[in-house]
Design a protein around this ligand. Structure first.
Ligand SMILES: NC(=O)C1=CN([C@@H]2O[C@H](COP(=O)(O)OP(=O)(O)OC[C@H]3O[C@@H](n4cnc5c(N)ncnc54)[C@H](OP(=O)(O)O)[C@@H]3O)[C@@H](O)[C@H]2O)C=CC1
Ligand SMILES: [Fe+3]
Length: 407
């Protein structure tokens, strides 16, 4: 970038001035126009060049990799799946890694570039220590409290249940080692994804902590690993971050419950109308409709209702925006949630539509339908001559029409 900038200035101002101006281009924005003052250029031209230089210098800042900083040693406590995967990734990103283990001599599968030491020795070698150990084993850190004083401890742990403990694992760690700066991070990234490199869907790393500087150090590591840090605020946010991996299908609850509710409603409606009514008033047993005919009627109805619900919130949102005269105000909560689960509603609708296709395909192979079709043909052939004259055959034909609707 500096070379290109130099070329640009060279052509604009000539050899002498371009070399003088190359340095200010990398300096803070305000100095750019100042540096152009003595060049004797017209005022408009000076302003244009100054803007261009400021833009280029800010681009340089944003895009330049942080190569000048020497990577600091990172310590990882625990040589389990996650510790190893993270260690490997850090080594690939240029960090010297030292593992702290209970049994440094017997640790297998450790990346060969990494050192494996006892917890005490390893902790002394780094300012950042990643605790890749389950929460229930954290007590071993208490005797190390003095060594860990002032260090940045990164809690990566997850729980087996939502809100399993009264306080988050990170807060518990902060209580155990009061002198350390605890930061929560990496818990939403899996060891497998780190190892296989399939991080496309989960590049976000939620980071929280009370010490800004410590948080910044961890976020720098996250960026260096090619991931995206998301600052979630103070350590109080750790509980929520720890619950993220346990929230299976977070936006699916409403669509699933809604579709189950609609299915139940239409099932009972069809049951009463087609089976119970016929049984009570006509003394006919159509209970076998429950297996295929009724589900096949429910599926398209539910699919179409869900599909309508996918499009409806967009229309409501547009009406609200028109009514308020702005699109920069927040939607009501219910509409917000509804809009967020449109994708899931659409997918459930698609599943019901597929089910309808499936049922429709199996309908013709049912014995009852084959019998009905054949019976219909036979009755038409044998009763056509007397259709007009005989009242009994007329009854039979109307009954057939009646039956046809249940197919
Ligand atoms: N696996 C994953 O995909 C993810 C895991 N995590 C979190 O990372 C942490 C580690 O998980 P993972 O690597 O899978 O677990 P592992 O069981 O594979 O490894 C845990 C490591 O902890 C150390 N350890 C075990 N018991 C004790 C103890 N009593 N005292 C001190 N150290 C002990 C051991 O290392 P050593 O023998 O070297 O002492 C062991 O290898 C957990 O908190 C987990 O929630 C977070 C995100 C994803
Ligand atoms: Fe259909």
């Amino acid at each position: 970038m500096p070379v290109r900038l130099s070329g640009f200035l060279h052509s604009a101002l000539g050899n002498r001035t371009s070399l003088q101006l190359l340095r200010p281009a990398l300096a803070p924005a305000a100095t750019a126009s100042h540096q152009l003052e003595g060049t004797g250029l017209p005022r408009g031209e000076r302003r244009r060049l100054s803007a261009q230089m400021n833009k280029n210098s800010s681009n340089i800042m944003a895009l330049a990799p942080n190569t000048s900083n020497k990577r600091e040693t990172v310590c990882i406590f625990g040589t389990g799946d996650f510790g190893r995967a993270l260690g490997q990734k850090m080594i690939q990103s240029g960090y010297p890694v030292v593992f702290g283990s209970r049994s440094p001599q017997t640790s297998n599968l450790i990346p060969k570039e990494a050192e494996v030491l006892s917890h005490t020795e390893a902790a002394q070698k780094a300012a950042i220590i990643i605790i890749a150990i389950q929460r229930q084993h954290y007590d071993f850190l208490t005797p190390l409290a003095e060594i860990l004083r002032g260090k940045v401890l990164v809690d990566v742990s997850n729980n087996l249940k939502i809100n399993q403990y009264p306080e988050s694992n990170a807060e518990y760690l902060a209580q155990l080692v009061p002198g350390a700066k605890v930061v929560k991070a990496f818990n939403t990234v899996s060891a497998w994804a780190l190892q296989s490199g399939t991080l496309d869907a989960s590049r976000q790393v939620f980071v929280c902590g009370d010490d800004m500087e410590a948080k910044q150090m961890v976020m720098d590591i996250v960026r260096a690993l090619g991931l995206t840090p998301l600052d979630q605020g103070s350590l109080l946010a750790a509980q929520e971050i720890e619950n993220y991996p346990l929230q299976l299908f977070p936006m699916w609850k409403f669509p699933i419950f809604l579709s189950l509710g609609l299915t139940a409603f239409f099932f009972f409606y069809c049951l009463i109308r087609d089976v119970i009514y016929s049984y009570v008033y006509e003394n006919k047993d159509y209970s076998f409709f429950i297996a295929i005919s009724i589900p096949n009627r429910i599926c398209p109805v539910v699919a179409l209702i869900l599909l309508a619900l996918v499009y409806l919130p967009g229309v409501l949102a547009a009406i609200i925006q028109l009514y308020r005269g702005t699109k920069y105000s927040r939607f009501p909560d219910w509409l917000d949630k509804w809009m967020l689960c449109r994708k899931q509603l659409g997918l459930v609708a698609l599943a019901f539509a597929f089910l309808h296709v499936f049922y429709t395909l199996i309908i013709p192979i049912r014995y009852y339908v084959r019998w009905r079709t054949e019976d219909g043909i036979i009755s038409k052939v044998s009763f056509v001559p007397c259709y007009v004259f005989s009242s009994s055959s007329f009854t039979s034909t109307t009954q057939h029409v009646e039956l046809h609707k249940y197919m």
